[in-house]
Design a protein around this ligand. Structure first.
Ligand SMILES: Cc1cc2nc3c(=O)[nH]c(=O)nc-3n(C[C@H](O)[C@H](O)[C@H](O)COP(=O)(O)O)c2cc1C
Length: 387
């Protein structure tokens, strides 16, 4: 079992780097448009991206998403990511730590992150399927989960939800009964905030409320539109000649709630949200933040850059930050709370979905944030309102 998990970890990385594993829908980011401010009254060089997340102050609202670990060949990737997280003050996740929980000799591929990022906000990672009994293995003990946190002296624990990936995986865990109850139990017994994290199929309004009732501190909505774990598993199945799971992986490559929609749906839970899934530039990031996300999570672009060099990771970060600042200036926002008060117009397939799901009034309010503020202040300063 331990060797199987280790082998899978390197296959995931190699497939993601060698093939196109993106979901065809690309999250429909262009459905979200800012209302341009011709006189924005914001200095581009003074835009403040400071973010507060789970009691910590981060310099930027960017999470380098949970990607890898568990194989000696990925140590360099995690080192490059960690050095950048430390330099820029970003939050960083490690990939699932199951490999090192089963085989402590693999811990170095995870501990390299804390060694290179002594002050960064690090997020440990385990899977929800490992919290319950599966056909092939028992659930993790509390002690094992704590070991994952201690391994990288994590500031928080992400519990990934990946039923789609498991269904498309030749050796995947098939049981999902009892995950919510197990999550609730876990939250009560560990002393770090728990982030529940989808891995590409998104979180709906109702599921976000369920997660809140489990006591999680934040949700990474991990929507559809970016890297598809289903596509990655299809490629693994193909190389093994497993036609059944290969077909499932390909058929469901585009399955899930697109990222911007999941941000709006999950906002109902009123928890800090990370918007991950197909965020590819600073404009996508600005859109996600204006929709209500606390941070954006970015996976593949950082994986690719970190497989090249530390300098390349820095270039990607600098690019995203500069692009994000431009969207903020043109939207008239000097900081992130002002960004969440800018006008955004949601159109196309994103609007259609959200309207049918009962979010029409929310969309109107997003498109008229300034106008409603103007009307409100006009009303409160009119003579008749004071009489
Ligand atoms: C190669 C690879 C491995 C991943 N491994 C994990 C993992 O172990 N745990 C996890 O929570 N998410 C994992 N993810 C999902 C990412 O954290 C992220 O949600 C996903 O890549 C979507 O973001 P993106 O479109 O920016 O790549 C992995 C993604 C990739 C591409």
């Amino acid at each position: 079992m331990a060797d199987e998990v280790k082998q899978r970890k390197i296959e995931h990385v190699n497939i993601a780097l060698e093939r196109d594993v993106s979901a065809p829908q690309r999250a429909n980011w262009s459905d979200i448009q800012f209302v341009h401010q011709a006189l924005p009254e914001v200095d581009l060089d003074q835009v403040d991206l400071t973010t507060s997340f789970l009691g910590h102050t981060l310099r930027y609202p960017i999470f380098m998403s949970s990607l890898t670990g568990g194989h000696p060949d990925v140590i360099n990737i995690n080192r490059n990511l960690a050095r950048a997280a430390e330099h820029y003050g970003l939050a960083l996740g490690v990939g699932s730590q199951r490999a090192a929980i089963l085989n402590p000799e693999l811990a170095a591929s995870y501990t390299i992150t804390r060694e290179n990022a002594p002050n960064a906000f690090l997020i440990a990672n385990i899977g929800a399927p490992q919290l319950i009994q599966q056909a092939g293995h028992p659930p993790f003990t509390l002690e094992q989960v704590r070991r994952a946190i201690e391994m990288i002296q994590a500031n928080a624990l992400a519990v990934h939800m990946n039923s789609l990936q498991e269904a498309a995986q030749p050796e995947g865990d098939r049981n999902a009964v009892g995950e919510a109850a197990a999550l609730k139990q876990l939250v009560q017994h560990i002393d770090r905030p728990v982030i529940s994290k989808e891995t590409g199929a998104g979180v709906s309004r109702e599921q976000a409320l369920l997660l809140r009732s489990c006591g999680v501190s934040a949700i990474d909505i991990g929507g559809a539109g970016g890297s598809s774990m289903s596509a990655i598993e299809a490629a693994r199945s193909q190389s093994r000649g497993d036609a059944r799971t290969m077909n499932i992986g390909q058929l469901y490559r585009d399955w899930g709630i697109p990222t911007p929609i999941a941000v709006v749906e999950a906002s109902t839970a009123r928890l800090p949200l990370i918007s991950t899934g197909g965020v590819r530039n600073g404009l996508d990031a600005a859109r996600a933040l204006a929709l209500g996300a606390t941070m954006v999570g970015i996976g593949f672009p950082f994986l690719k850059a970190a497989s090249e060099s530390y300098e390349r990771v820095c270039e990607v970060i600098e690019g995203i930050i500069s692009e994000l600042k431009v969207a903020m200036q043109l939207g008239g926002a000097a900081n992130l709370s002002q960004l969440r008060a800018t006008d955004i117009v949601v159109t196309g397939a994103t609007r259609e979905w959200l309207t049918l799901r009962g979010f029409e009034e929310d969309l109107k309010a997003m498109a008229q944030r300034r106008w409603r503020r103007i009307q409100k202040s006009a009303l409160s300063s009119s003579p008749s309102s004071s009489s």
